[in-house]
Design a binder for this molecule. Structure first.
Ligand SMILES: *Cc1c(COP(=O)(O)O)cnc(C)c1O
Length: 407
């Protein structure tokens, strides 16, 4: 039995029964999972939460699957690390990094797919398909393997090598596509119904967002239930940002936090910045971003289904949407690594670059408590970082050769 009371369309408000296989509403809107929070608040007290398990499933009263269906590899409850040098260097006195690179499959995609695959187990789904620019595919392949479910993955041919190798190793059926994630999405939509695949594309099913919302619960708990003044989030499909915004509303209904919210900062790449463009032009939805390109594979989403929810969250919070260049991302990633010992995905590093810009603009104060989400590990991006440390470049080769070549 699902712990949710119902599913609700985020566009038109139509209600659907919980505990059924569901994709989008007939109006095209993504579905959100709803709970009887009034009832839950009397049964589950904030002071009991720290006794829970050391994974995102410590919040299982507000996650939909039954305990018996949970497919876990230890996702979530990632460290929130107070920076020692980087904050001082950029002029932020109270700066933390939430290190999502510590998740199974080395990205926060593990949270969403642990929850989605658990619901597949509960609902008896045997075959799942996904279009992915990288890390979602790895996480889907891992959790499908853990649950004994078949997975079908469509990824752009130039996807990072690590993601391709992981998916193959986990036993997924992988198709490399000459195109972008949007082209991969079309292929899943076309072939899925005939093949009997359940489509776990971003926001086309309601449960990945539930897994990702636990990032919002965790940051509150780890900061003693006092949310920070600003959260920086590298935004592709925007599910993490939408999920955290939902988590804050739920926690307020549970009586765990007040009405104060962090400024939500959506960070994108200059080569693919549809949300930033819509934010600057005061539009409620984004437009398809032509010729999308960036080394941050997770940010290469030219048009997000939940763009209006991201823009709502950013605007209601008094936040902003900011774009940074690939060069700025990689520089910031190397700075974060050398200052703090955190080797971030370019997506996470983008938050450091965006932080510099917003401190300069005056939107944030140096005394604000600020949390940056490093959504993945730098270890998954050797192609991107090797452009900065070429082994065969002049000079480097001699040094390295001298060290590692047996004479
Ligand atoms: C997918 C991904 C993102 C974007 O996540 P959304 O919640 O879909 O916006 C950011 N960083 C990394 C490393 C990713 O894999």
């Amino acid at each position: 039995m699902s712990k949710a009371t119902h599913l609700e369309c985020s566009l038109c408000g139509t209600r659907f029964e919980a505990g059924q296989i569901a994709n989008l509403c007939s109006c095209g809107g993504p579905l959100l999972v709803r709970y009887d929070l009034d009832k839950i608040r009397h049964r589950w007290l904030r002071r009991e939460v720290p006794n829970g398990t050391s994974s995102m499933w410590r919040y299982s009263p507000v996650l939909p699957p039954a305990d018996s269906a949970i497919t876990s590899l230890g996702e979530g409850w990632t460290p929130l690390i107070r920076t020692k040098r980087l904050g001082a260097r950029v002029g932020a006195e109270a700066l933390w990094v939430k290190d999502e690179g510590m998740n199974p499959t080395a990205s926060f995609k593990a949270r969403g797919l642990s929850c989605a695959i658990s619901m597949c187990v509960e609902l008896g789904i045997k075959k799942v398909a996904i279009p992915s620019a990288g890390n979602a595919a790895s996480a889907l392949a891992a959790y499908a393997a853990a649950a004994g479910i078949e997975s079908y993955i469509f990824m752009p041919r130039d996807v990072p090598q690590a993601n391709y190798l992981e998916c193959k190793a986990y036993g997924a059926n992988v198709t490399l596509v000459d195109g972008l994630i949007s082209d991969c999405g079309k292929m899943v939509a076309e072939r899925g119904p005939k093949e009997g695949w359940f489509d776990v594309s971003t926001l086309k099913e309601p449960y990945r967002i539930e897994g990702k919302k636990t990032m919002g619960y965790e940051v509150a708990e780890q900061m003693g239930w006092e949310l920070p003044e600003a959260i920086f989030y590298p935004t592709g499909g925007g599910v993490g940002l939408i999920g955290m915004w939902k988590a804050f509303a739920e926690m307020e209904k549970l009586g765990w936090i007040g009405g104060k919210r962090p400024k939500m900062i959506a960070v994108q790449a200059e080569g693919c910045a549809p949300i930033v463009k819509a934010f600057e032009e005061n539009e409620p939805r984004s437009k398809f971003f032509e010729n999308a390109h960036t080394v941050a594979a997770g940010l290469r989403v030219p048009k997000a289904l939940g763009d209006f929810l991201v823009l709502q969250g950013v605007r209601e919070s008094g936040g902003a949407a900011v774009a940074v260049s690939d060069d700025e991302m990689l520089d910031a990633g190397i700075q974060l690594a050398s200052d703090e010992g955190i080797y971030a995905a370019p997506e996470g590093a983008a938050c450091v670059a965006a932080l510099r810009k917003l401190l300069a603009s005056g939107l944030l104060k140096s005394s604000d408590r600020i949390v940056l989400y490093n959504t993945g590990s730098g270890l998954k991006y050797p192609e991107a970082y090797s452009t900065r440390f070429p082994r065969n470049g002049a000079g480097e080769q001699d040094k390295l050769g001298g060290l590692i070549t047996p004479r």
